[in-house]
Each structure stands twice: as C-alpha cells, then as structure tokens.
Design a protein around this ligand. Structure first.
Ligand code: BG6
Length: 507
C-alpha cells in the first residue's frame, strides 16, 4: 500500500510525494463501464497529484474499429465529466498521452498488432518497457486475453510487466483454480494483481492500523475478551441494470466470497511478522483456511420482494428487467462463521450482506464481554451492557467505542455513550479505492491484492454453499433482510445490533 509507505499527509494530499517509474498503462476493455467510471478518473486524480511522472502513456484496447486515438480522447473527457470532475481537472487531461488500439477479433493477429503499437508508443514517449495490463473485461474472456498477451510475448519485457485481474475471480473453486493455472502458465505470481476493490478502501486498510498500531485493542482482540463479531455490508440499491450478471451470480459470489471474506480475514488474522505483502497475505490465507466448514443450517439466503427505497416504491427482484421470473438467486446472505483458531475459538462471527436493505452501510461491530457481576445493583442499576466497538467502513467512515458513564446527579443512572472519531471531520476527502490500487500496481506493491491461494481458500470455504440445497426467504425491499436472519442469531441468544448512526456534526 503505497500510501502507507510514503511520508505524506492525509486526505487530498496523500501520495503527493509518490513517483512511479516511466510506464505504459494498457487497459483491455478500454471503453467499458469500469474504465469510464473508475479507471480513467482514478488515473486523472493520480496525475493531478503529480505522482505519475512525465514519462507515461495510457493505451485503451477495445473491439470497436470505428474508434481511433482522437475518438478515445473525446470519450475520455466525457468520462471525467460524467465522474463529476471539475472543468479545470478535465481541461488538464493530457490527451497526447492517450491512445486507442482496436482489437476486432481477439485473435493472435490482434495481439501482434497490439505488441507493435506498444513498441511504437514506447518509442514516442521514450518509455522503458514497464507495462501494466489491466483486464477490465468480462470474466469469460480473461483466459483468452491472457493467452493472447502471452502469444505476442507481452507477458515479459525488458522492464516490468504486471497483470491486473478484476473480480469476479472464478465462479467456484474449480474455475478459480483453472484461472490461476492459466495465469501461472504465462505470468509469475509476483506479476499478478487480483483486484478486490474493498482492499483499496482507506477504512479497510485502517483495520490493520487500528489493530496493529494500537496495542490497547490488540491485547483485547481474542476469545477472552470478545463475545462476538458482526459484519454488515448493506446496500440500499437493487441490482440496477446488471441483471444479466447478477442473476447468474447472487450475493454469495458477488459479495461474500470476496469483499466479506476480506473483512473477516482482516479482523481475524494474526499479527503478520512484517508489513510486507507476502507476510500480510499469508496471514489472511491462514485465517481463511482455519474457518470451520459452514453448515447450511448456519446460512440464510434472502431475495428482496417489492418494498421501498428512499421513500419510493420499488419492484421486487423477480420484477427487475432481465431477471428470470422464477429465479432463486439470493440478493441477501447472512451466516455464522466459526474460526477454529486459538484466538477465536467459541467467538461467533456473524456476517450479513444484501441489496435493497435500509441503507448503504459497511460496519463491523465487535462486542466485548459484559461485566461479570452487577456491581451497582444496590443503587437500583444492573448494568450488563457490553462495550461495543463499531468500525464504520462506509459511508460515514470512522469508529465508535461505546462506554458506560454515570449520568450526573440523582438518581443513580448510567448512560452508554460513544468515544468516536470520523474521518471526514479530521481528514476531509478520502481517496477512492481505485486510486490507491492503481498507484500500488504502478509502484509494484501487492499488499492490497488477492494472492492466488487466498482466492482459492475463500472459494474452498464458501463454494460448497453454492451446491447445497437451499431455501431462499423473501424480504421486503427496505428491511434488514428476512426474519430468518434474526432467528439465526437468536439460536445463540444474540441479535443483530442496531447500526450506529453518524451524529450529525456539520461535516
Ligand atoms: C461490487 C459488486 O463488487 O461491489 C456490486 O459487484 C456491489 O454488486 C459493489 O454493489 C459494492 O461496492 P461498494 O464499494 O459500493 O461498497
């Protein structure tokens, strides 16, 4: 994570002392949605921060043969405008560094032509064959793109060559293994950057800092002091226009196997021996491998029915455009994980994620053990509230630790109040995840990318649930999932905690 290594300020100036080596950034899928919404704006912001250096170029590759360099330059400007960038920011786009290469068939000839074009651009900008290839492509085309790059000798160069692979990484354990084999036939693991954009979020990275820079918490971070952990990754949106993808995927593949698994790993992992990429990733792999096989009894699948979002009536999942009206695809998953480690034995990790929940919220709630006795009983108060630490990863990034205090005066009463901190109050704007991750690709830092073994360990854990006989419970759009999700916790005498709200303090 480049930002951590730099001696820089927080917020918008983060990274300002970073410089990457001269390079060519190649996007396969260069006129797609991801390029438009995320990659081009992130590269533009990095350029504004003056971290990319002067010797660089970007080459977009896509099927369209009608497009050319000029067409792409205009399109790129439109993308920045659509991403809400200021006029000044858009004007500063350095068009002379942007190129477009058509790839009409995706056959070997196209890759030969690509290799020639790359050499030509490198010659024009005096670039030393440092190349990043970003596969912003539909997953079904990953393999042929990897083969194509290798067939034209683009998997190695006199400088460095890096391959960035977007999610989803496989559809199950077997396909993830196959994709890893395919990648490793032509690229070594240290060339590969598997993206999980959650790892680029500042607050997700901060989980490591929170745990390992604050021994006060780390010393409590175990079964002796923690009673349970809850992880909520909630979205208020539905499936938008992604029915084609989502109906074949569902929440388990779309969110749990990747984003949620990463959060579980970061909360549960052991202290890495060093802060090097391999050490951090190794601890995550170990943790994922130590989670007990999940019983289907401990999983609840849900699908949203008609309801409301933002006060408006919204259709049910089966009524969404492009969804099979008989579909059994889950838009919500809740489950209990048992981490079979010395540290976590007996501490349930409850996880829930879904679409069309009441609001967008990613929050980790760590509940500590309640006081062992009612010391204040003689004062008419039996306070058994445990301390709860809420780590809010989005949208109101920050944390709150609930503690009990005495209410001044009589009668003797206690009140639970938060010790809290919110990023926006202190640091202002937070860099976008893609900005962080692209800079890491260009500086060669793999800490925030998913290792081959990590992707497989996560599929090994969650993959069997894809095969299991399942019941999908309906929930009203705008509710916190089906009642069965509450019953799941009630079995153990627990309940989902009310998410903590950001106190509106004019930020
Ligand atoms: C993506 C999923 O990976 O993450 C989407 O495919 C989901 O379905 C998105 O909406 C959530 O990301 P974020 O950053 O908005 O929490």
């Amino acid at each position: 994570m480049a930002t951590a290594a730099a001696e820089v300020d927080a917020g918008a100036t983060t990274m300002s002392r970073y410089r990457v080596e001269p390079h060519l950034f190649v996007i396969l899928g260069g006129t797609g949605d991801l390029t438009r919404r995320k990659l081009l704006p992130a590269m533009r912001r990095l350029a504004s921060l003056d971290v990319l250096g002067d010797r660089r170029a970007l080459l977009a590759v896509a099927r369209d043969t009608e497009f050319d360099d000029d067409g792409f330059r205009g399109w790129a400007k439109g993308a920045l405008e659509a991403a809400g960038m200021s006029e000044d920011e858009v004007r500063r786009l350095d068009e002379a560094r942007l190129y477009y290469q058509p790839m009409p068939t995706g056959e070997a000839d196209d890759y030969e032509a690509l290799a020639n074009r790359i050499q030509e651009i490198e010659g024009a900008h005096d670039l030393p064959q440092n190349r990043a290839f970003y596969l912003a492509l539909p997953p079904r085309t990953f393999s042929s793109a990897i083969e194509g790059l290798a067939s034209a000798g683009l998997n190695e160069s006199a400088g460095w060559t890096r391959l960035v692979v977007e999610k989803p990484f496989g559809r199950d354990l077997e396909s993830a293994r196959e994709l890893n084999r395919e990648i490793h036939r032509h690229f070594t693991e240290d060339q590969v950057y598997r993206i999980d954009h959650y790892l680029g979020k500042e607050t997700v990275q901060n989980l490591l800092v929170f745990r390992f820079a604050n021994p006060i918490f780390e010393s409590l971070w175990n079964r002796d002091r923690i009673e349970s952990v809850q992880i909520t990754v909630a979205e208020d949106i539905g499936i938008e226009s992604r029915a084609g993808y989502y109906d074949q995927s569902g929440a388990l593949r779309d969110m749990v196997q990747n984003h949620v698994a990463q959060l579980v790993a970061l909360v549960g992992m052991e202290v890495p021996a060093t802060f090097r990429a391999d050490a951090v990733r190794y601890e995550k792999i170990k943790l994922l491998g130590a989670v007990a096989p999940i019983s289907i009894e401990d999983v609840v699948f849900g699908q949203y029915a008609r309801g409301t979002a933002g006060g408006e009536a919204v259709p049910g999942y089966l009524e969404e455009d492009g969804v099979d009206p008989e579909s059994n695809t889950e838009t919500f998953v809740a489950l209990e994980l048992a981490l079979d480690t010395w540290r976590w034995q007996g501490v349930p990790f409850y996880v829930r994620t879904g679409k069309r929940l009441p609001r967008r919220l990613t929050q980790i709630a760590v509940t500590f053990q309640a006081p062992p006795v009612c010391l204040f009983e003689s004062m008419g108060v039996c306070q058994t509230n445990p301390n709860v630490l809420y780590l809010t990863l989005q949208p109101d990034e920050g944390f709150a630790l609930n503690v009990d205090v005495k209410v001044p005066g009589e009668p003797f009463e206690l009140s639970t109040l938060p010790l809290d901190f919110f990023y926006k109050q202190v640091f202002g704007a937070i860099p976008d995840a893609y900005q962080t991750l692209l800079l890491d690709v260009l500086t060669g830092d793999q800490t925030l990318f998913v290792h081959a073994d990590e992707a497989e360990a996560s599929w090994e854990l969650f993959g069997p649930l894809l095969e299991a006989e399942r019941r999908v419970h309906l929930y009203r759009a705008g509710a916190w999932g089906p009642d069965a999700a509450d019953e799941l916790l009630a079995k153990r005498g627990h309940a989902w905690l009310e998410p903590v709200e950001h106190p509106d303090r004019s930020i």
